[in-house]
Ligand binder design. Structure first.
Ligand code: ADP
Ligand code: MN
Length: 524
């Protein structure tokens, strides 16, 4: 190749959009053939709504029935393929959106040497992207519109020019300019000032130092970003769940999901600021979303749930469905169960989170706490003896209400699942495993609850606190007279057995235990 020729007319592929081709669009020439679906269509709000609607009605038939909560019936079809389709559409949409954003970014920045990045407004984060396409785009085109002229290319043999005009690749001026231009390859966040646009000549030494710094900054920011990703969406949140959460924000129901409050074996709880629930058809707000919400995501990894089968398998409310369900649906049932139990408690006036919405294995409820700080668990809060006593009586009352008015036994009641809110009221949470007292193990669960509560308050210095057996009788009105734990437990089991036999004989469950009134009908 003729070096002079190269120097005089650099190959087109190498050249940036300088004055040489002012009309050349860095995005390539617009195609003459019209696309089957134009960008305008894809970007149209109307279409987005329609797609969302279609997808919602296909993927979340239960969402419509949340308020009263008839259990999901057999018609509840497996929509996993619809979901995949929806996901693909959504991603397509997001990608188009990002493309548009890039165009806007370019237009906004124009030829200005100082640019403003729209990166944070992108829908598809490179981490989420299922193809590397975005990343390639990201690096290659980002600065295209205002790329400074490339320095003269020095061919492989190391010099250009002829005779006394020869310049080698080591020429100080050429090198300096080249170094300056190369600064633009640093991460976009890396501040290099106006150097690129000026006739600034960086020595190799300075350039290398800058390069080192730029790279370590890049790695650091990648690490930070990764951490941020992980702190919010990671752990139990698989892509499908993320999509669900994403939709909640996208639809405006939630304003932002701020982060993770708790990661348990069976669930992850997030905090979110509530938005507006807008009815798809009427476009009207038809539900008040609490200003702060807790999002409980039931883990879809099944291992942890295996030992919980007994809570749900023997619950007559779920009995017919249990055997037919696949594990994924069983997880959803936990979420559903929590929703129904919370609704019962809410109706009885027991302080507990209010259900906002249930979607698959994701339950959104009101947040107990303030400004992202959840109310402390009883186990974590140091109460004065007076408050401790107040808390005890509240808990006693709630247990009785739960049993009598809600026809429920908490089944995981302890200082871990009671929150001390606003310095005065005990709130009950975590009721996915709660069962009716007629559950084959319901009374055993109740006894365990009583033991936890009794021990906690007795240790906490509440002298009035009933012991576990007294508490059990006070809650259930069953007058079990055994004065030691072993006999007491034997009597409980005998009662459960009697009830089971009764159920076997007469089909449906009966409330054979004395209670002050009929349990509320919950439409099940
Ligand atoms: P797990 O089954 O993991 O114990 P929980 O329902 O107990 O699930 O939630 C775990 C933690 O998340 C709770 O201990 C509490 O700190 C927090 N949390 C759950 N629900 C709420 C809520 N509605 N408001 C505030 N914090 C909550
Ligand atoms: Mn809990």
């Amino acid at each position: 190749m003729d070096p002079v020729g190269v120097a005089a007319a650099p190959p087109r592929a190498e050249a940036g959009p300088g004055p040489a081709w002012p009309s050349k669009c860095p995005w390539g020439a617009p195609k003459a053939a019209p696309m089957s679906c134009s960008l305008a269509d894809v970007m149209s709000e109307q279409l987005a709504k329609e797609l969302q609607l279609e997808e919602e009605s296909a993927a979340f038939p239960e969402a419509a029935a949340v308020a009263e909560g008839p259990f999901i019936t057999g018609e509840n079809i497996d929509t996993s393929s619809d979901l995949m389709l929806a996901q693909m559409l959504q991603m397509e949409f997001d990608r188009e959106y990002d493309a548009q954003l890039r165009r806007e970014e370019k237009k906004f920045n124009g030829d200005s040497k100082v640019s403003i990045s729209f990166e944070n407004y992108r829908k598809v984060h490179p981490f989420d992207s299922d193809s590397s396409e975005d990343e390639v785009d990201w690096q290659d085109t980002r600065h295209d519109p205002y790329r400074a002229d490339k320095p003269t290319i020095t061919p492989k043999k190391g010099f250009i020019g002829k005779g006394k005009d020869i310049t080698t690749k080591h020429d100080e001026v050429v090198c300096g300019r080249k170094n300056t231009a190369r600064m633009e390859n640093f991460a976009p966040e890396f501040q290099v000032g106006d150097g690129i646009g000026m006739d600034l000549k960086l020595s190799n030494q300075v350039f290398n130092a800058l390069k080192q710094h730029a790279y370590s900054e890049e790695r650091r920011s990648a690490r930070l970003h990764e951490k941020k990703e992980h702190s919010t969406a990671e752990k139990a949140v698989d892509p499908k769940t993320r999509l669900l959460l994403y939709k909640m924000v996208n639809s405006g129901m939630l304003e932002t999901i701020t982060g993770c409050i708790s990661t348990g074996k069976e669930s992850v709880v997030f905090h979110a600021y509530g938005g507006k629930y807008v009815h798809y058809f009427t476009n009207e707000e038809d539900k008040i979303i609490p200003p702060e919400c807790a999002i409980k995501v039931f883990k879809t990894t099944l291992n942890e749930f295996k030992n919980r089968d007994k809570y749900i398998k023997d619950d007559y409310r779920f009995k017919d469905r249990f055997s037919k369900l696949n594990p994924r649906k069983i997880i959803r049932m936990w979420a559903e169960k929590e929703m129904h139990n919370l609704t019962r408690m809410q109706n009885a006036g027991i302080p507990c989170p209010q259900v906002v919405i249930l979607k698959k294995h994701v339950l959104v409820m009101s947040f107990i706490g303030q400004d992202q700080a959840p109310a402390p668990k009883l186990k974590d809060v140091k109460l004065s003896s007076e408050d401790m006593k107040k808390a005890y009586y509240q808990v006693l009352n709630m247990m009785q209400q739960l049993y009598k008015e809600c026809n429920l036994v908490h089944a995981d009641l302890s200082e871990y699942n009671m929150l001390w809110h606003e310095g005065k009221v005990v709130w009950l949470i975590d009721v996915s495993q709660s069962v009716e007292p007629t559950h084959p193990h319901g009374l055993e669960f109740l006894f365990r609850d009583c033991r936890n509560v009794s021990q906690f308050f007795q240790k906490g210095g509440v002298t009035e606190a009933l012991n576990e057996r007294e508490l059990f009788n006070a809650v259930s009105n069953l007058n079990i007279t055994a004065d030691n734990e072993v006999d007491f437990q034997a009597e409980i089991e005998a009662l459960e057995k009697m009830n089971e036999d009764h159920v076997q004989k007469h089909g449906k469950k009966v409330s054979m235990f004395p209670s002050d009134g009929d349990p509320p009908s919950c439409g099940e």
